[in-house]
Structures are given as structure tokens and as C-alpha cells.
Design a binder for this molecule. Structure first.
Ligand code: MF3
Ligand code: CO
Ligand code: CO
Length: 276
């Protein structure tokens, strides 16, 4: 049975396995601000990601914008991670580490940012097109975005997490894409990663019931080929085993009395590419 706990304003950031936190108005206010900052950072990248730049240059932009806003990149120093965002190119599923890698014409790249602002985490990612991108890659990106938004349509009180998972799975499988099972969405708030786990494939009506005040991410990773991933020797970078292209979008949301609030919507309308 799922346990829920009503969070009060002075609660400490504590992980309680299997207990799902229900946040109040101050939580919503904090997440709104952190989420808006995260989304504005991704907006700034929309017109700046071009062939020839390195993923380190993306990381520099993210770090500077985060710190200028009075926030801290939550990934800096997280379990030994030393960068301010993740940059996952082509067959990289997630957690690509920024570095010397140069973006080339035709690449697709996911940038995932998580500013920690006044104690609250805004976690979001989007895909970017580098120069001229193939139709098959653009279709994967479109369908992955649709998967996220169809999943979010199910995010309302009385529904279950499995309803979100099922909507994502159904749409991805309609296109014969693989849904990554090795990574999932997560509760968040004062903690970066909290319960519940939000899986991206599942059966309707299963999993915890959604209640007002729940905060979590939905972040489907969808592959053109098979779902299977492997981890590279750096201990972070996850790639598709068959080297097929992978795409991901992520929003942080809060369940409201009537549905959900997306904390990380793009202020500039740059929700999905093309952004130009
Ligand atoms: N932002 C990622 C997520 O969606 C987590 C990245 S952790 C890192 O949960 F250490 F790899 F950056
Ligand atoms: Co996340
Ligand atoms: Co993220």
C-alpha cells in the first residue's frame, strides 16, 4: 500500500523510501520558480546550439545562467558528477557528460538541466537539432515529445502512475519504437530524486494513485531500435546497445486538485524543435 505524507513548510529534505510527499502552496511556489529558471536556460540554448560547438560550451552556458540566477546546478558534485548538465548525442540515451565532443551537422542532442533554486529542483530536458537532421531522427523526436505530452494528459487526481506509463508505451509502440526501462522519472522537490519512481511503460490503473501535491518528473527515453541500454566505462553515459538513435523530453510537474501544473514549460514557446 502506498503511504503519503503531507509536507509542512519547515520540513527537512528527507528521503523516506516508499513515502510519497504531498506538498503545499509554498512547494508549488518554489517549484514554479525553479522550473521557470530551468526552462529559460533551455530556451537560451535553442538559438545557440550549432554545428562546430562543443558540449562543454553548452555546459558553460548552463552553469553561468544557473549561477547568475542565484541557483546551483544540482548535478555539480552529485554522486561524483562534475558537470552542470547532461548532453546526450544521437545513440546516447541519457547522462552524456559534456566535454571536448564537437557537435556536427545532422546530430540530435538532448540537454538536461536541474537548477536548485532556493531549495527547490527544476528538472527538465529537451531535444535540439544540430544543422540539417534526417527525417527519421526528426520523427523520433516528434513522437517522443508526443509521448511525454500524452503521458501528462493522464496526470490528474484519481488516476494512477500506470495510466501515465501506459499512455507513453501505447504511443511509442504504435510507432514500433523501443521504450527504455533502465531509467525512469522520479519524485522531486527539495530532493533531486525522491519517490515515487515513474516508469515509462506499464498497465492502466497500476502503481500509486495520483494525489494533489505530488511532485514528479516524466522523462521518457525512446529508441528507434531496441530498448536495451549499456553503460559506458565513464560510469555515466548510457547508450543504446544496437546504437540506434534515442530521444528524450522531461518535464517536472505538480498534481493539482483538477489536473497538473507543468513547472518547466518553455516561456518562449520553444517546447520542441525546430526552434528557429
Ligand atoms: N537530470 C537527470 C534526471 O532527469 C539526472 C542527471 S544526474 C547526473 O534525473 F548526475 F547525471 F547529472
Ligand atoms: Co529527472
Ligand atoms: Co533531468
Amino acid at each position: 500500500m502506498t503511504e503519503y505524507i503531507q509536507v509542512s513548510p519547515d520540513d527537512r529534505a528527507e528521503a523516506r523510501s516508499h513515502v510519497i510527499k504531498l506538498h503545499g502552496p509554498e512547494g508549488f511556489a518554489g517549484m514554479r520558480r525553479a522550473g521557470a529558471l530551468a526552462a529559460s536556460i533551455l530556451d537560451a540554448l535553442a538559438l545557440r546550439i550549432v554545428p562546430g560547438m562543443t558540449t562543454q560550451q553548452i555546459d558553460d552556458i548552463v552553469r553561468c545562467m544557473t549561477i547568475d540566477a542565484g541557483a546551483v546546478p544540482a548535478t555539480l558534485g552529485y554522486r561524483g558528477y562534475t558537470k552542470s548538465c547532461c548532453t546526450s548525442i544521437n545513440h546516447v540515451v541519457c547522462h552524456g557528460i559534456p566535454g571536448d565532443k564537437v557537435l556536427k551537422d545532422g546530430d540530435i542532442v538532448n540537454v538536461d538541466v536541474t537548477p536548485l533554486l532556493d531549495g527547490w529542483h527544476g528538472d527538465t530536458s529537451r531535444m535540439y537539432l544540430v544543422g540539417d537532421v534526417s527525417i527519421k531522427a526528426r520523427k523520433l523526436i516528434d513522437v517522443t515529445y508526443e509521448c511525454l505530452m500524452l503521458g501528462l494528459e493522464q496526470a490528474k487526481p484519481g488516476n494512477h502512475l500506470g495510466d501515465i506509463s501506459h499512455a507513453i508505451q501505447t504511443h511509442a509502440e504504435k510507432h514500433r519504437y523501443g521504450i527504455v526501462r533502465d531509467f525512469c522519472g522520479h519524485g522531486l522537490g527539495r530532493l533531486f530524486h525522491d519517490s515515487p519512481e515513474v516508469v515509462h511503460a506499464g498497465r492502466p490503473g497500476t502503481g500509486p494513485e495520483l494525489r494533489p501535491g505530488m511532485f514528479f518528473t516524466v522523462e521518457p527515453m525512446i529508441n528507434i531500435g531496441r530498448a536495451d541500454c549499456k553503460l559506458l566505462d565513464d560510469g555515466w553515459t548510457a547508450v543504446t546497445r544496437d546504437r540506434s538513435l534515442s530521444a528524450q523530453f522531461e518535464h517536472s510537474i505538480g498534481i493539482t486538485e483538477t489536473g497538473h501544473e507543468i513547472f518547466t514549460s518553455s516561456p518562449g514557446g520553444f517546447d520542441k524543435p525546430p526552434y528557429a
